[in-house]
Design a protein around this ligand. Sequence first.
Ligand code: G2I
Length: 356
Amino acid sequence: MTSSSPGRHTRTTSRRTRSASTVAASGVLAAAGVLAFSPTAPAAPSASSTVQAAGTLGAAAAQSGRYFGTAVAEHYGEADYEGTLNREFSSVVAENAMKWDATEPNRNQFNFSGGDRLVNYAQQRGKYIRGHALVWHAQQPGWVQGLTGDNLRQAMRNHISKVAGHYAGKIDSWDVVNEAFEWDGSRRQSNLQKQLGDGWIEDAFRTAKTADPKAKLCYNDYGTDAINAKSDGIYRMVKDFRARGVPIDCVGFQSHLSQNENLSTYRQNLQRFADLGVHVQITELDVGGSGAAQANVYRQVAQACLAVARCNGITVWGVTDKYSWRARETPLLFNGNYQKKEAYGAVLAALNSAAG
Ligand code: G2I
């Protein structure tokens, strides 16, 4: 799967003249192994120039070689949850199961049960897989929190090596480092930063590269949805990493938004990162609000990604409002009864129009 994931797709399948041949192209891409996943079958090629729009998010995104994913929590047993997940989404990421506290509750004792379950589930269904997150200041198990100096450095390296090593070849994109910057563009003063100094992020990326040479390695953060001081700071780091050959392949923009969001520089921000030669991905999209205002923000985010050639996928942070970490803000595409919201229609239409 990894060797042929979206983002490695060739741009020769240009987006997209609305013809039978190009709609068929996602099937061709899949057959050629260019698309990693087998998204819900694309609309059957038609002899005419009018082509049926794709009916699910995953299939609609696949028309331009992208994935459309969701965070997954432990609700597999619920028929509507699984049904919606399977039907609509061509990519998954564990909402919590691959975090440090879940995977290494005691030093060098690993628990891959939740992550393995999701990886198996996704592989059986041909879905793209994001890994989240190898190193983060939050959700660290207690034993990590008090470590100092080289002891912490060895613990971080061992964690990355064992977790990325365990999943090597199965994860398409890893969030290697999550949320390491402050609003002013400086480094967050986490235990990692204080104990290890500025070099810890590149250390993490180099360690991940050795453990899983094929995965796309991402830096992931929130509040980076505009050109602002925080995204400027991350931009400088990524530029420096690219110049010095530190193995970074992608930048994740979480995009935890509200319906009043000002998105005037959103696309431009994605583009400047893409111009550094990395892929960009929308990694945790949710939009607090409802109705047309919420739908409008979702539409703009989808359109921005579609407008940036190196934006290879969008992930929403959950299937249904019912289980969202922001449930009271009803931020997702399906309501608590798994009904499609206005925002769903807006995203689907945006994805379909990009195929035309
Ligand atoms: O906070 C929203 C997201 C911001 N970016 C990084 C993401 O990893 C983060 O996800 C959230 C999950 O959606 C929550 O589900 O991260 C939280 C903290 O890790 C998650 O919350 C945790 C609760 O804090 C725990 O008490 C709970 O045991 O979820 C756990 C599992 O339900």
